[in-house]
Design a protein around this ligand. Structure first.
Ligand code: BGC
Length: 502
């Protein structure tokens, strides 16, 4: 066979293989119905008490964590509160001034979590929370030295702080909860099973910040929901003739998750006395943090390719858990593509200038090195010869590619993002179905407050998600009633709103 023929045969085999992968990644209306039905079932299971012998760690069904938030803000809330936010790669400390007219102002200090705290599983909780306390000191010194002075006096009132902690928590009250497991890269074993509010408060006390009282613990998804309610002002807009209502808060970023309001009478896992007390107080609903990243950890219905298995089992920090998140969230989109490229190379179909795995550019061999931002450039590249893609891969991975290879890489990128967006529609369709939110009021429309880099910036993600909603059991009539709204700063404002009512 001539060199040219060999080249053509390899290109054909590559196209064939890529088309097979894309086919495997496609999700049709039947699959969406199957997944939505199973999601509803998993929500219902998760609202029940654990079966004998089950723990939060091993529970089937969704975690469905009660947040102890029983009302929606209406935008009239007022006050200055502190908020801290540990969510992914950054830690933020903020002071939030809620003006009581749906608006707020915010001062914040953001710090990148040092690599060693993320990478090393032998780090102690004390080291992590000590770091958080030191950043809190730095924030207070820079933005609120007057409060520090004031609080040197014994008579000063404590400062209330809300803590957004965006990992699965076994929440026991508005102000306490123990870590079930880490996600999104953290590995510190020592924190599992401990009360994260207590850990943080202890380190604040040890850093002379005992005047800060961490009164509320919340999740970013709950924060997003509350801040969206505050900004959109449910009560006001409804009385002024607007007919949409915030129903879901969700995150599609490094991780993914969502929350909604459930009727307290359905949250059977809450102790009987707690439920009775809340109902007696006239509370009817509570925000539930679904922790939907954990949907179908048993892999009964989720589409699963060999790349998903490889990433989960060999490369992730929590094998066997958060399997929905590993197909949907930003942290995993680039890793899926990286695994595909390495595999196609091993099959001799791509990047053939490198004779062996060891010769591939170093960055292509490093797990999680390829970010979803690179995929977002490739996704919309319509330049001649896919020049943008070429540059993006060169810059991010030092990886040279041929035009033919880039065409195939773009197909893979689009298959990965489409699967992610279609799967992202499943929990939304399921929550709307379970709560009957679309049929509650005449012409009732619903708002979904969203935050996170993928939903905000990934090109086409929102329109693919909407398309999947119209194919899902809520149909195109249902899809038209759904308003996806970007809700910014949920973690800060939401935590402040929680602290206000604590
Ligand atoms: C965590 C959730 C969080 C989500 C979005 C997931 O990995 O388990 O608690 O809400 O990421 O940040």
């Amino acid at each position: 066979m001539s060199f040219d023929d060999l080249h053509k045969a390899t290109a054909k085999a590559l196209t064939q293989k890529v088309d097979d992968i894309c086919k495997e990644f496609a999700i049709d209306a039947d699959k969406l119905s199957e997944l939505t039905a199973y999601f509803v079932e998993s929500m219902e299971k998760g609202l029940q008490p654990l079966d004998a012998g089950e723990s939060e760690e091993t529970a089937k069904g969704l975690p469905m964590i009660p947040s102890f938030v029983t009302g929606k803000p209406n935008g009239t809330e007022k006050g200055v509160l502190l908020a801290a936010d540990l969510g992914g790669t950054n830690f933020r400390v903020c002071s939030v001034d809620l003006s009581g007219d749906h608006t707020f102002s915010l001062q914040q200090m953001k710090s990148k979590i040092p690599e060693e705290l993320l990478e090393d599983d032998s780090v102690t909780s004390q080291e992590l929370f000590g770091y958080l306390a030191r950043r809190t000191v730095a924030f207070m010194k820079k933005y609120h030295p007057e409060l520090l002075e004031e609080h040197a006096k014994d008579t000063a009132k404590p400062l209330k702080m809300g803590f957004t902690f965006s990992y699965p928590i076994d929440q026991k009250s508005l102000g306490s909860g123990t870590l079930i497991r880490w996600t999104k890269g953290f590995k510190i074993k020592d924190t599992i099973g401990k009360d994260v509010v207590q850990l943080y408060q202890e380190q604040l006390n040890a850093s002379n910040l005992g005047m800060i009282n961490v009164v509320a613990l919340t999740n970013d998804t709950v924060g997003t929901f509350l801040s969206h309610c505050y900004s959109s002002g449910t009560a006001d807009s409804l009385s002024s003739g607007e007919i949409s209502e915030p129903v879901i808060g969700c995150i599609f970023g490094t991780g993914t998750n969502g929350c909604y309001m459930e009727e307290i009478k359905n949250i059977v896992k809450l102790p009987e006395e707690t439920r009775a007390k809340l109902l007696q107080e006239g509370k009817t609903h509570m925000v539930i943090n679904t922790e939907w990243g954990s949907f179908d950890n048993e892999l009964k219905h989720l589409p699963t390719s060999k790349y998903d298995i490889e990433i989960d089992q060999k490369l992730s920090a929590n094998p066997g858990f958060h399997l929905f998140e590993k197909r949907v969230s930003g942290m995993f989109l680039g890793e899926l593509l990286r695994n595909m490229l390495v595999d196609l190379h091993a099959k001799g179909l791509i990047l053939n200038q490198y004779r062996s795995y060891a010769q591939l550019p170093h960055r292509l061999r490093v797990p999680f090195e390829l970010s979803s931002e690179v995929l977002s450039h490739i996704e919309i590249d319509d330049s001649t010869g896919l020049r943008e893609t070429e540059l993006s891969l060169l810059q991010s991975l030092r990886l040279p590619t041929t035009p033919t290879e880039r065409v195939e890489i773009q197909k893979l990128v689009r298959a990965i993002s489409r699967r992610s967006a279609y799967l992202a529609a499943v929990p939304i369709a399921a929550i709307l179905t379970k709560t009957g939110a679309l049929n509650k009021r005449y012409h009732g429309e619903v708002e979904v407050g969203c935050d996170g880099s993928v939903v905000e910036y990934y090109p086409g993600f929102r329109s693919m998600l909407r398309h999947a909603l119209s194919l899902s059991p809520i149909g195109s009539d249902g899809e038209r009633k759904v308003h996806l709204r970007i809700a910014k700063d949920g973690s800060g404002v939401g935590a402040a709103l929680c602290a206000l009512v604590a």
